[in-house]
Design a protein around this ligand. Structure first.
Ligand code: MN3
Length: 237
């Protein structure tokens, strides 16, 4: 019997080594209990570049700790909580969109897993220069020009008190800027800022403190140099 590998989502599957929960009785009142579906396993994306590849904007030590400790931790805790709480959803999108039905641990750790998967992919060594084409058109239409967009997005990151994220999202074909607290994501039912994420900036202190200490503004200013606009374009509908 061969190993079934459908892609990176299954690469981290813990299905074989994880014991079944003791109470596998299925839903109450089901006449014929279905065999339990394999639980959702969230994957941590491979970092698309080396830890030092975003220097000098983001230092190698911060990247390594951020990826291997913080992000890995969120993914592990999310997957443990999915099993522990017996969550039965068809995919990550369904879980994110209904996260309010579950525990705070699910909300925080699933958010941490998903948000960082996006964060790594919207950065690239040396950045990709200015956005162009449909991204620039949408930015100009939404915010006036690129500088005005940059100012508004930076402000969203700077004004987020404590830990959270700044976002560029698509809402009904238009772009919007906002921020969320903690690990909330604009696709979550519980988020007070909603939309389809195109660009994300982590403004938790763990994302910048080793290099920038309390100077979040310097971190954000240097982060613009590593934005992967090509990926933002891919994400746009
Ligand atoms: Mn982080």
């Amino acid at each position: 019997m061969g190993t079934f590998l459908a892609g990176p989502i299954l690469a981290a599957s813990a299905g074989c080594s994880t014991p079944e929960p003791a109470d596998s009785g299925g839903a109450e009142g089901s006449p014929e209990p279905m065999p339990p579906a394999a639980p959702l396993v969230l994957a941590q994306v491979a970092l698309p570049y080396a830890y030092n590849a975003l220097e000098p904007s983001i230092d190698a030590q911060t990247m390594e700790i951020h990826y291997t400790k913080h992000h890995t931790g969120y993914v592990k805790k999310a997957n443990a909580a999915i099993l522990e709480e017996g969550i039965n959803v068809k995919d990550e999108a369904e879980l994110v969109a209904n996260v309010g039905k579950y525990s705070t641990g699910i909300r925080n750790n699933v958010g941490g897993a998903v948000n960082h998967n996006l964060f790594w992919e919207v950065m690239a060594p040396g950045g990709t220069g200015m956005p162009d084409g449909k991204v620039l058109d949408a930015i100009n239409a939404g915010f006036g020009d690129f500088e005005m967009f940059k100012t508004a997005f930076t402000e969203a990151g700077m004004k987020r008190f404590g830990s959270g994220w700044a976002w560029l999202v698509e809402q009904d074909g238009k772009l919007a800027i906002g921020s969320t607290a903690n690990q909330d994501n604009p696709l979550m039912d519980v988020s007070d800022f909603k939309g389809k994420p195109l660009l994300a900036l982590d403004v938790w202190e763990h994302a910048y403190y080793l290099k920038y200490q309390n100077k979040r503004n310097e971190y954000v200013e240097n982060w613009w140099k590593v934005v992967n606009w090509a990926n933002v374009a891919k994400r746009m509908g």
